[in-house]
Design a protein around this ligand. Structure first.
Ligand code: FAD
Ligand code: NAP
Length: 874
């Protein structure tokens, strides 16, 4: 029940915002039996669609998808008239929703929430509103929008202009007629690009002031897309569910086409299809790697530029409209109707603010460094203080008098993008650190509302009255958000996603980029694990369930999910030949890895016959340092080419010749055949360095997994026999011991590709139980003194992690110089998945840098570079 005491209103939940978020939240909370009051500064419900009424305003996600899905009957009751509904239609829809569910009686319009203070004693929030009424509530939810606070005017003189000034973000309700007028538009983001053709249709002169050109795609608006309508008609729940578990809130098919590796024909076809589709999710998904690989992105970007040049007649204007300063999708792509064609009209002019910046707005127009121009109307389409603007514009004071603005002075910090340490019982829908603006917001909003409502229901059921994240959980989430950001190209752009449009705002990727599906999974996990990462309290006591929900690198998690979804047979259930054939088939589908100058196959003599090798030569005249490399595969699987992407990558990054050598496999040739072959190969490579294009004496022995095992065992033997000279050993997640009882075996023995049973199968194939303590099988048990310097890479979610760490410690104890790279969030296999697990690239770059420190010819430069990255684990 809502209670009013004096001028104080008391409710269970106070909500700020009556847009898509606030309306659905009110419905759900009310149904849950909670008393709710919603406040909005606007004169009606609708949020974004109440304020942004400029001509041409539409959604940029198809209306079939940019719509509520919580009630099938609502979906039957409302039909969208177009592929991309207009602002008036979307506003009408939200009004329809408000009326249909009788929401208005709990909404106070025209009222701004100005401040909110957490009262420790009563464990309630106290809100101050512009209407003079205070509100006391147990829970306080900001449903205040990501794009609801216009950017402050930052153009000198804008208050001097005596003509008419308009902002797209608060367009007059009665509309604006610019017929016969001289109109200026500042800004060419989505709002500017949508409205410019409409203004051009009326104005006598239209001058567009462009600071940064944007990528825009023709919307091809029209009837609702037949394919989507048919899918909805045939199975609406499945269609909606697929969107909920998609990357961006609109279902798309998995895309394995890599731009850099696709044929010209495939590239062209995929691009033309996306261009013809007129959908953001199509142009952002021409290639599966365009969001992460600059080269692939550039292929699509250039095709869009070609289209722009094909539409705009004047080559100079066309060139100015072509974006070159950011990858496509790193700023929000726009959807337009006739935007580029507008510049073919004689009364439309483009002013490039990069070459001639605005010096001031004057009483009569705009001055640039080149000229003075007179106008009757100036339209500002200059954007928003996005993501955090609305949240920090309210004076929100949490525990110990700390405000949200103070907490976020150096960038936002949240748990799940929804909650924050120090702010109990506070929720921010679509807050920073949630998918929000990188997704179909309708889908993300429903997910948030459902999660928050379910959380409040659970709190009540469990007898708790407060909920607040723990610092560990929040730090973990911030790290997870940053890990996602590090993978994509968003960070390379000066966009509002990065806070770059507002002076003084902390530069960071504000939304969560790892996907709507991954985000939903994380939120579900938190709830399923008894609100992991939260501290709750109530009359029944206090309960803290500390922990971090996402620790895997986001792209590693995605690969693991795909692998799990394939329900592949376990390797250890197969015969060795079948397992080899299976791995070959799996490897055939992967990206090949970067270009190297040359790949040569050869053979070298082994103790029991020739050993084929594959040599990867880097660019440059040479000679180069040499890496003798041994593949992974548990002494049973793999070949000289099975680690090709990793070998190419190592070669290209380090500038070393990489010689990947076959060695005899178990079970045909059991222990110590593999180790003997490795030693013979290393000796031959050392002796034949010149023949291979290498620098004599500059040899590092390297290997991954079982290959790391035979690599280091070869180093033991070289030390013992006094030949060859080895500069160092590079051991990637090596097998160093046969003991399956370390914690990493228990923690990571299942679900991370290399499993404990598979490792047991490898050992059983390789050697007898009695041999497994032999230092040639388990080098951890050997004498390590006098071994070459080592670089050892361990991965957090690898069963072999702890034996790798044990080897690092044992080497150090034996006086061997060791560099340990601890790959956070990675698995045994993820670091070698070149171009698939993008987060591995950063680790491989560090490995290559450290590798160069082992070679005299490259050591100095590399040491300087490595010094810049020391010592933080990656
Ligand atoms: P909003 O709709 O922004 O509503 C927030 C409300 O909170 C506002 O009405 C505001 O007045 C109120 N408010 C804020 N602070 C206070 C306060 N202190 N006191 C009182 N009231 C307050 N997203 C898509 O997914 N697809 C699209 O096609 C799309 N098109 C867009 C087009 C435009 C022009 C813009 C600006 C955004 C678009 N978006 C789109 C993003 C859009 O903001 C969301 O889709 C969605 O409408 C957000 O709903 P919301 O309820 O969370 O926030
Ligand atoms: P925006 O994308 O931030 O664009 C603002 C534009 O104004 C940019 O071109 C910017 O240039 C320019 N600008 C800002 N300050 C300037 C200054 N001082 N001098 C000169 N130019 C200046 O804002 P928006 O267009 O309003 O769109 C914001 C977001 O709202 C969109 O990205 C989208 O998510 C959503 N939206 C969606 C639709 C839709 O199609 N459904 C429509 C509108 C908005 P710089 O790039 O150089 O900073």
């Amino acid at each position: 029940m809502q209670q009013v005491e004096g001028s104080v209103l008391e409710v269970d939940v106070a909500v700020v915002g009556a847009g898509f978020s606030g309306l659905y939240l009110l419905k759900r909370l009310r149904e849950a039996g909670l008393s709710v009051r919603v406040f909005d500064a606007a004169g009606d419900v609708g949020g974004t669609w109440f304020w942004n009424r400029y001509p041409g305003a539409r959604c940029d996600v198809p209306s079939t998808d940019y719509t509520y899905s919580f009630d099938p009957e609502l979906e039957q009751a409302w039909s969208w008239s177009e592929k991309y509904a207009t602002q008036p239609e979307i506003l009408e829809y939200l009004r329809f929703v408000a009326n249909r569910y009788d929401l208005r009686r709990d909404i106070t319009l025209g009222t701004r929430v100005e401040a909110a203070v957490w009262d420790e004693a009563s464990e309630r929030w106290r809100l101050r509103t512009s209407g003079g009424q205070d509100v006391v509530c147990r829970y306080y939810v900001m449903a205040s929008g990501c794009l609801s606070v216009p950017k402050s005017p930052d153009i000198p003189g804008s208050d001097r202009f005596v003509g008419d000034s308009y902002w797209t973000s608060s367009w007059p309700h009665e509309g604006v007629d610019v017929t016969g007028k001289r109109v200026a538009v500042i800004g060419t983001g989505s709002s500017g690009i949508q409205t410019i053709p409409h203004l051009a249709a009326q104005a006598a002169q239209l001058t567009v002031f462009q600071r940064t050109p944007n990528f825009s795609l023709p919307a091809r608006n029209g009837p609702l897309p037949a394919e989507r309508v048919a899918k909805l008609a045939s199975d609406r729940p499945a269609y909606r569910e697929a969107a909920r578990w998609s990357l961006g809130g609109v279902h798309t098919e998995p895309n394995q086409v890599f731009g850099v590796y696709a044929s010209e024909e495939v590239r062209r076809q995929r691009f033309e299809d996306a261009w013809a589709a007129g959908e953001l999710f199509a142009i952002l998904d021409v290639f599966g790697d365009q969001a992460v690989n600059p080269a692939s992105n550039e292929i699509v970007s250039e095709m869009v530029r070609e289209k722009i040049r094909g539409i705009v007649h004047d080559p100079a204007t066309a060139e100015l409209l072509c974006p070159h300063d950011h990858p496509l999708g790193s700023k929000r792509c726009c959807l337009d109707t006739g935007y580029y064609d507008t510049f073919n009209q004689p009364h439309v002019r483009l002013v490039d603010l990069r070459s001639t910046p605005i010096t001031t707005v004057t009483e009569i127009g705009i001055d640039t460094t080149a000229e003075s121009m007179g106008f009757d109307v100036i339209v500002y389409a200059t954007g928003f203080d996005a993501m955090t603007g609305a949240l920090v514009s309210v004076d929100i004071t949490g525990r110990n008098g700390v405000t949200l603005k103070e907490k976020w002075a150096d960038g936002p910090s949240t748990y799940l993008g929804l909650t924050a340490v120090g702010f109990p019982n506070f929720f921010a829908l679509t807050g920073p650190g949630s998918p929000s603006v990188l997704s179909n917001m309708a889908v993300s909003i429903e997910q948030h509302v459902d999660w928050v409502t379910d959380c409040l229901i659970r709190l009540r059921a469990d007898g708790f009255q407060t909920i607040e994240p723990t610092p560990l959980a929040e730090d973990g989430w911030d790290q997870h958000v940053a890990d996602g950001a590090a993978i994509t190209l968003h960070q390379t752009a000066n966009s509002w996603y990065m806070g770059a449009n507002v002076a003084g705002k902390k530069r960071a990727l504000y939304p969560y980029v790892a996907g709507v599906d991954q985000y939903r999974w994380a939120c579900d996990q938190v709830a399923a694990q008894d609100y992991l990462g939260f501290r709750r309290s109530g009359p029944t006591g206090e309960h803290t369930n500390d922990g971090v929900v996402c620790q895997l690198q986001p792209d590693v998690k995605r690969v693991l999910d795909v692998v799990a979804g394939m329900q592949l047979p376990a390797l250890e259930t197969m015969s060795a030949p079948d397992a080899r054939a299976f791995m070959d088939a799996m490897n055939a589908a992967r990206p090949p890895g970067p270009e190297v100058a040359e790949i040569v196959d050869g053979v070298l003599p082994g103790p029991a016959g020739d050993l084929p090798y594959r040599l990867y030569r880097p660019a440059g005249t040479g000679p180069h340092p040499v890496v003798a490399y041994f593949h992974g595969g548990g002494w049973v699987l793999g070949s000289k080419e099975s680690d090709e992407p990793f070998c190419r990558d190592l070669c290209a990054r380090s500038g070393a010749v990489v010689v990947s050598v076959d060695y005899r496999h178990a079970p045909q040739d059991r222990f110590p055949a593999a180790a003997d072959d490795a030693f013979a190969a290393v000796s031959w490579i050392a002796d034949n360095a010149i023949l291979l294009g290498g620098i004599p004496g500059e040899l590092v022995v390297a290997g991954w997994s079982a290959g790391g095992n035979v690599a280091t065992v070869a180093c033991h033997r070289a030390r013992d026999e006094g030949h060859p000279q080895i500069r160092g050993q590079l051991l990637l997640t090596p097998a160093t011991d046969s003991d399956p009882n370390r914690p990493s075996y228990t923690d990571n023995g299942d679900g991370y590709v290399l499993t404990a049973p598979l490792m047991r199968w490898f050992w059983e194939h390789y050697c007898d139980e009695a041999q497994r303590q032999d230092p040639r099988a388990a080098p951890l048990h050997g004498d390590l003194a006098g071994l070459p310097p080592a670089i050892v890479i361990t991965a957090q979610f690898d069963p072999l992690r702890d034996e790798g760490i044990a080897y690092v410690e044992a080497l150090q104890a034996a006086g061997v110089p060791v560099q340990h790279v601890s790959a956070r969030g990675h698995t045994h296999t993820s670091l070698t998945m070149v171009d698939v697990v993008i987060s591995g690239a950063q680790v491989r770059e560090e490995i290559a840098q450290r590798l160069r420190t082992l070679f005299p010819s490259t050591a100095t430069v590399a040491a300087v570079q490595a010094a810049g990255t020391e010592p933080a684990p990656v």
